[in-house]
Design a protein around this ligand. Structure first.
Ligand SMILES: NC(=O)c1ccc[n+]([C@@H]2O[C@H](COP(=O)([O-])OP(=O)(O)OC[C@H]3O[C@@H](n4cnc5c(N)ncnc54)[C@H](OP(=O)(O)O)[C@@H]3O)[C@@H](O)[C@H]2O)c1
Length: 320
């Protein structure tokens, strides 16, 4: 009998879930069964994506993630759960963790993190976007010792339409518009920020699972590279062969934007808070943990700027 890990992935077709799932499938010799749990809605809205996974031998399990019996059936034969559920479903992971805790053959649970460090410093506990993820971490502290976890903390995604993308709804909170050759840089442009490529986020999850001694029961601080808004702009200018028009949003202005967005309950409120945290230095560490899980190569700023320019020229939809 194989002793390879049998995985169940939640949120496998989502924005970051598809990168994670693709990386897991590409690393298939390291894993046993790969299954995803998805909703009837996704079954109908993403048939091509699911067919492609099926063709690669991924089991597609369809159900309601709030239905205990359906999740219990999906857990049969599984030892590792990877969640990439979206922000609207972060709290829904708590019953999934409790059910995993009642399922003795489940040994590992990776909750949906893949972003800002929610325990970066003393102020983190008060940040609104962190609240549900903090509850998820608290739930994982309550489980039996043989149910282990890892938090894959990646900082902001670099790729278009994220940090290196164009924002249409709130460009004052940072934008790189390769068509208009205009940028809004956060802070004074020289503050350092660590970013992760979405492809690398997939690799980070695979490496966490396959280098478990380095990942077990900890928050892994991972990233592709550390840069500054000014260096990003210089790379865009070099690759487009033009000088761009530049504005700055100071940290104080960003804090005002954030307050206004929350007061209006605007959809960009969470993004404004996260960008303020990143601009305050909330993605910087004395050391990163890439090597602890055997990650030695990551994407570069140049590659991601090339991708952003290509996406913008091809008319891929922007961030709002
Ligand atoms: N670092 C960054 O810059 C950054 C950016 C964006 C997101 N993130 C983080 O990445 C993680 C995944 O986010 P995402 O944007 O990739 O997720 P997403 O695309 O919004 O959603 C992923 C999947 O979650 C499932 N889901 C079920 N109920 C949901 C609900 N009520 N609301 C949202 N999703 C639901 C859906 O899959 P099924 O239909 O298959 O169930 C959906 O495809 C989150 O923890 C988020 O905070 C980080």
């Amino acid at each position: 009998m194989s002793n390879l890990s049998n995985l169940l992935i939640f949120g496998a077709t989502g924005t970051i879930g598809r990168y994670i799932t693709d990386a897991i499938v590409a690393a298939r010799p390291s894993f046993g069964r790969i299954a995803i749990f998805t909703s009837p809605n996704t079954l109908h809205s993403k048939p091509d994506q699911l067919d492609a996974l099926r063709r690669q031998g991924v089991d597609i399990l369809v159900g309601d993630l709030t239905n205990r019996e359906e999740v219990r059936r999906a857990y049969e034969g599984i030892d590792t759960v990877v969640s990439a559920l979206g922000r609207g479903a972060i709290a829904a992971q708590i019953p999934l963790i409790q059910l995993a805790n009642e399922t003795p053959h489940i040994h590992r649970f990776l909750p949906s993190e893949y972003g800002t460090d929610i325990e970066y410093g003393p102020a983190s506990v008060h940040e609104r976007p962190h609240q549900q993820k903090l509850l998820v971490r608290a739930a994982l502290k309550e489980v039996r010792p043989s149910l282990e976890y890892a938090y894959v903390v990646t900082g902001p995604y670099a790729d278009f339409p994220f940090y290196l993308g164009r924002s249409t709804r709130c460009p004052q909170a940072g934008t790189f518009d390769a068509l208009a050759k205009q940028a809004v840089l956060l802070g004074d442009g020289t503050g350092r920020v660590s970013l992760s490529a979405c492809d690398d986020v997939g690799q980070f999850v695979v490496h966490a699972l396959t280098h478990w001694d380095g990942a077990r029961n900890r928050a892994l601080k991972l990233n592709s590279f550390t840069t500054t808004p000014a260096d990003i702009l210089a790379e865009f200018e070099a690759q487009t062969g033009a000088q761009w028009t530049v504005e700055y949003t100071s940290l104080d202005q960003l804090r005002s934007l954030e307050r206004e967005a929350w007061a209006k309950e605007a959809p960009e409120a969470t993004g404004c808070t996260l960008r303020r945290i990143w601009t305050e230095g909330g993605t910087l560490y004395d050391r990163r943990d890439n090597e602890d899980i055997g990650v030695t190569e990551t994407k570069t700023l140049g590659e991601l700027v090339t991708g952003s320019i290509r996406s913008q020229v091809e008319g891929v939809p922007s961030r709002h």
